[in-house]
Ligand binder design. Structure first.
Ligand SMILES: *[C@@H]1O[C@H](CO)[C@@H](O)[C@H](O)[C@H]1NC(C)=O
Ligand SMILES: *[C@@H]1O[C@H](CO)[C@@H](O)[C@H](O)[C@H]1NC(C)=O
Ligand SMILES: *[C@@H]1O[C@H](CO)[C@@H](O)[C@H](O)[C@H]1NC(C)=O
Ligand SMILES: *[C@@H]1O[C@H](CO)[C@@H](O)[C@H](O)[C@H]1NC(C)=O
Ligand SMILES: *[C@@H]1O[C@H](CO)[C@@H](O)[C@H](O)[C@H]1NC(C)=O
Ligand SMILES: *[C@@H]1O[C@H](CO)[C@@H](O)[C@H](O)[C@H]1NC(C)=O
Length: 547
């Protein structure tokens, strides 16, 4: 490792530039700008280049032909966001990876871009510095000998406090709204000193978890779930192998029971997971045996049976699960099988949002099959083909999250303007409970505060013999550290009961998380109870209660 490090340093000596920097002040606001189209000219660097600014200004025209930066005096623990424009020569297209090499560890991916010759593509990524000296370099992922040009490079550090502040800003503007409750008498006169009590009845942001058949008949678990979550997804019970283990032997008994349970508890958001799964391992064994017309018939009857039974029941369908990694159906039915699935699903259940769903998109950038640009181009392909593709599912099965990378990937996905969900959040069971909890909190805060995330699902269906990767509680529903984190955030992301008096203008103001409210106003002997719906908006929401 050491040898490689020095070799790299040495090899790049002619091209590299050395950077040194000490402390930084308050720092700028986070810049969420991102591009996913290839441009004739690169845009200006974010943050004027940040701590790479000196270099950029030395090269007017912003073009720096250098595949590596030697970074000295990085602040350990600080979050760094990196971006640059990339163009290649010597190949039509290439997946270019930004890697960070430190003394101590193997190099890791901190950003990727699908680059082209003839135009500039935007790479955005980031990392948490673990050492003060590192080398950041760009490389073709297949390590071919192609020329990589970089322009408008930028590296901007943020402290944890600054990072948290960006999250809080976004939460205030996207998940909350200011509300002014005006109390007046029958003549329209403002009433000072009226007592206003506000109670949040429901939350607008869908936050839920997977459940499994283990919840059936387990009343304490059911209560525990319903007290916390407003969204649910069935872990395995809807999958083809579960509903049709043998050809023609359809059995929807478990999903039916789960659906009834969730409905009876008033949980509004239920994801349908999934119609097809491209991984042959999870394809029913009898389907794995089919090809050609027989397969097409099986596929048609699956989609027909599932969607007619549950039309209108599920808000989402994961139509083609993990298609960035596997291609069971496309390899047998042809390259437009996926488009066909989406089209048929749309026809069968026009009101459901149809999702692609995959792993290793926000979790890492080291998986070549599922880099953000690969995902974007598959989505574009479908959309350009005229198919309705309306949701981006990110499984979010993390080991150690790289939060700056996660944010920059979300920034890029957001350029498509589609709803994005974290669909299966958990932290690897290879880590101890405390570490899982710490990482889970990082991921959930990043997800909840990113303006493009529309909902979050945990992959934590309770199983007596252990959950998939991570449980929230033990079998007696006592919180594990991860459950403590979830309960803490659920509390933090709801409006505490608010009580106060109207001021001299007859109004009472408060900051509300989006959702449904009960508002009770009392003046003298009179009490009026109203409901209030707080939906997203940039402006203060005004409510008038005559009393
Ligand atoms: C790195 O930082 C240390 C302490 O902040 C400082 O003394 C040193 O001069 C810096 N090194 C360089 C090369 O700037
Ligand atoms: C290398 O990693 C080990 C273990 O993670 C750590 O104790 C050590 O301080 C690190 N060395 C440097 C130079 O950062
Ligand atoms: C359907 O599934 C349920 C639950 O697994 C099982 O109890 C039942 O026997 C099945 N029905 C048939 C006809 O196989
Ligand atoms: C697959 O097909 C072969 C040959 O027709 C048959 O012997 C086998 O039982 C099939 N396997 C399954 C799981 O249906
Ligand atoms: C990437 O996809 C190809 C084709 O589907 C597959 O053969 C390969 O195993 C995948 N790699 C990973 C890391 O999933
Ligand atoms: C799939 O592709 C074939 C040939 O390219 C075309 O005839 C067919 O209409 C396509 N099907 C769909 C659903 O787009």
């Amino acid at each position: 490792m050491q040898g490689y490090y020095y070799l790299l340093l040495f090899g790049f000596l002619g091209l590299c530039t050395n950077f040194s920097f000490g402390e930084y002040g308050d720092g700028p606001r986070y810049d969420s700008t991102a591009y996913t189209e290839c441009k004739l000219y690169p845009e200006a660097p974010l943050y004027n280049g940040g701590i790479l600014a000196k270099e950029v200004s030395k090269h007017p025209g912003t073009q720096v032909y250098s595949p590596a930066y030697v970074l000295r005096n990085l602040t350990k623990g600080a979050k760094y966001t990196f971006s640059c424009w990339v163009r290649i020569k010597g190949a039509g297209t290439a997946r270019v990876m930004a890697r960070l090499l430190t003394d101590n560890s193997t190099d890791k991916c901190v950003g990727t871009v699908s680059a082209q010759s003839g135009c500039w593509s935007f790479l955005k990524g980031g990392f948490v510095a673990t050492e003060s000296n590192s080398v950041l370099f760009l490389q073709d992922s297949q390590q071919r000998d192609i020329e990589i040009s970089i322009a408008s490079a930028s590296l901007q550090p943020f402290t944890d406090e600054q990072w948290r502040m960006h999250q809080e800003d976004n939460i205030r503007s996207k998940r909350q709204r200011r509300v002014a409750v005006h109390i007046s008498d029958a003549m329209g006169r403002r009433l000072q000193g009226a007592i206003v009590t506000i109670e949040q009845k429901s939350k607008a942001f869908p936050f839920g978890s997977a459940i499994a058949k283990t919840i059936l008949g387990n009343q304490p678990y059911e209560d525990w779930f319903a007290e916390r979550f407003n969204a649910a997804v069935f872990e395995n019970e809807l999958k083809w192998y579960a509903t049709e283990p043998e050809p023609g032997k359809l059995n929807y008994s478990l999903p039916d029971q789960l659906l009834r349970l969730v409905r009876s508890r008033g949980i509004p958001t239920i994801r349908g997971h999934n119609i097809f799964w491209e991984d042959p391992v999870y394809t029913p064994s009898w389907v794995r045996n089919l090809s050609g017309n027989a397969l097409l018939q099986a596929v048609n009857s699956r989609i027909q049976s599932l969607m007619s039974r549950y039309k209108g029941e599920f808000v989402h369908w994961d139509v083609s699960n993990e298609m960035l990694h596997f291609d069971f159906y496309e390899s047998r039915l042809g390259p437009n099988a996926t488009a066909y699935f989406f089209e048929t699903a749309k026809r069968s259940d026009p009101w459901a949002t149809l999702f692609m769903n995959d792993f290793n998109v926000v979790e890492t950038c080291g998986d070549e099959n599922s880099t953000v640009d690969v995902y974007v181009s598959r989505l574009r392909e479908l959309m350009d083909g005229g198919y309705v593709m309306d949701g981006i599912g990110l499984e979010a099965h993390f080991t150690r999250p790289n939060v700056p990378l996660m944010r920059s990937i979300l920034d890029k996905l957001a350029t498509l303007g589609l709803p994005i969900w974290l669909t299966e959040v958990d932290i690897s069971k290879t880590l101890d409970h405390e570490t899982q909890a710490t990482y889970l909190e990082e991921v959930l805060r990043e997800g909840f505060s990113h303006p493009s995330i529309n909902g979050i699902m945990l992959w934590t269906a309770l199983h007596p013999n252990g959950c998939y990767q991570m449980c929230l509680t033990d079998n007696n529903l006592h919180n594990l550290p991860t459950g403590v984190v979830v309960d803490k955030l659920l509390k933090e992301w709801e409006t505490k009961e608010v009580k106060g008096l109207t001021g001299d203008r007859g109004s009472f103001d408060f900051q509300a998380f989006l959702g449904e409210y009960k508002v009770i106003a009392t003046f003298g002997a009179k009490t009026v109870e109203s409901s209030l719906s707080v939906c997203q908006g940039d402006e203060t929401l005004h409510m008038i209660i005559p009393i």
